[in-house]
Every structure is written in C-alpha cells, then in structure tokens.
Design a binder for this molecule. Structure first.
Ligand code: AP5
Length: 213
C-alpha cells in the first residue's frame, strides 16, 4: 500500500501516519523528520535546510526530491509506505509519479486532512516533541507522564523552533499557496480521500482506516 498524507501543518498527519505505520507494518517516511535529523546532526543537508525551516519556507524541490529518491530505494519501502509531508508542491508530485512509474508502481490513495485554522494553531502551539526518538506530545491533548520528559525514551522534550507564532503563520501561508494545489492535482487523478481531522486521535484514526481499506 502506497499512501500520501496531505494537509496543513499541525493537522495531525504525523500522528496518524505513525499509528497506521505500526498497524500495517509499512514505514512512515517524513521529509520533516529526515530534515530535522540532518539539522540536529549539522550535516551539509541540515545546514542547507535550516534557514528555510526556521522561517517556515519550503526547502527547495530538488533537495527534498533527492531525499525521497534515496529513501524509497531502501528495502523496507519495497512493499509500501506512508509519505508524510511529501510531496508539497506540484513539481514534487510530478517527480514522485515519474520515480514510481520507472518501477511500474503508483500511489494507491492520498488522504487530505482538513481542520480549521484556529484548531491548527492550537495544536501547533501546544506541541512538544522528543528530538531523540521523535515521539510527539501535546501539552493539553496528549501530555507526557512527566513534564518535559519523553515517555518512550526519557529524552528532554522541546518545542520545535518552527512552532513559534510568527513561523506558524508563514507555514500556513506557504501551505495555502504552494501545497493546497495538490488537492486538485490528486482529485483529478481520482485517488483523493478527504479526512475531517477534528476529534480525538482515535476518532480520526477510524476515518483513516476506513479510507485506506
Ligand atoms: P513537517 O515536519 O512536515 O511539518 P508540517 O507539514 O508543517 O506538519 P507538522 O509536523 O507541523 O504537523 P502534523 O500534521 O504532522 O501534525 P502532528 O501529528 O505533529 O515540515 C517541517 C518543515 O520542513 C517545513 O516547514 C519545510 O521547511 C520542511 N519540509 C518538510 N517537508 C518538505 C517538503 N516536502 N518540501 C519542502 N520542504 C519540506 O500534530 C500536531 C499536534 O497536534 C501534536 O502535538 C499532536 O499531539 C496533536 N494532535 C494530533 N492529532 C490530534 C487530535 N486528533 N486531537 C488533538 N491533538 C492532536
């Protein structure tokens, strides 16, 4: 099963992709996670990406397309994957289609998650993440057992640098101008499913499971 999770920042793509990945034993591939790891390790990719990420802009297409091209060659992605946060522009979507076509493969379904701006801002402002194991929490909706500590690995939880109010606003604008055209792109291909992202993670997961079959 080859899936794309599409939607604005904070809608819950990562949360749902993580659950589905465990349930269906297919990898969740998040360009955001790969880029954050590169920034943390100060690799040349990280140094290149950091200023774009900190200002809420998209990392250039050729860089993220290169990341995905390499990642999809790995053995665990052979039987399927969930792309979380890629593609984010029409050129990225076209590059993905052409990569898959070379192996006579295609995307089965694109899940487009929807939520009001007010709720998106609430989710992003309260998010806390573990930089060591990438677990995600929310101060109000899914707090860790001990304040500031990851339940899974004990790492110190942080607020992502792009979850500050000014950067959240620019990420939402970038989403509207550069990523939302993908809704039409995949609707035209007949593989788009709309998911109402409101409600608890369990409620949303039921809709996700129904949409992917
Ligand atoms: P990325 O990491 O992909 O960020 P994003 O798309 O902005 O999405 P988020 O991770 O912010 O949100 P999410 O939808 O996964 O929500 P989550 O599940 O965490 O990208 C970061 C940056 O990297 C980009 O700005 C760009 O610079 C660069 N980048 C990445 N990919 C790129 C690409 N393809 N091209 C170019 N540049 C790229 O949930 C949010 C919060 O809500 C959490 O606290 C969670 O616990 C909580 N929550 C989740 N679901 C619920 C629920 N149902 N009810 C209550 N709370 C909930």
């Amino acid at each position: 099963m080859r899936l794309i999770f599409l939607g604005p920042p904070g809608v819950g793509k990562g949360t749902q992709a993580q659950r589905l990945s465990v349930q269906r034993s297919i990898p969740k591939i998040s360009t955001g996670d790969i880029l954050r790891e590169a920034v943390k390790n100060k690799t040349s990719l990280g140094l290149q990406a950091q200023s774009f990420m900190d200002s809420g802009k998209l990392v250039p297409d050729e860089v993220v397309i290169g990341i995905i091209r390499e990642r999809l060659k790995e053995a665990d992605a052979r039987e399927g994957f969930i792309l979380d946060g890629f593609p984010r522009t029409v050129p990225q979507a076209r590059a993905l289609a052409s990569m898959l076509r070379q192996d006579q493969l295609n995307i089965d379904r694109v899940l487009n998650f929807e939520l009001s701006d007010e709720e998106l801002i609430r989710r992003l402002s309260g998010r806390r993440s573990c930089p060591d194991c990438q677990a995600v929490y929310h101060l109000e909706f899914s707090p860790s057992l001990k304040p500031d500590r990851c339940d899974r690995c004990g790492g110190k939880l942080i607020q992502r640098s792009d979850d500050q109010p000014g950067t959240i606003r620019s990420r939402l604008e970038v989403y509207r101008s550069q990523t939302s055209p993908l809704i039409r792109f995949y609707e035209d291909e007949g593989i788009l499913a709309r998911i109402d992202g409101s409600g608890t993670p369990e409620t949303v997961y039921r809709k996700v499971a129904a949409a992917v079959g």
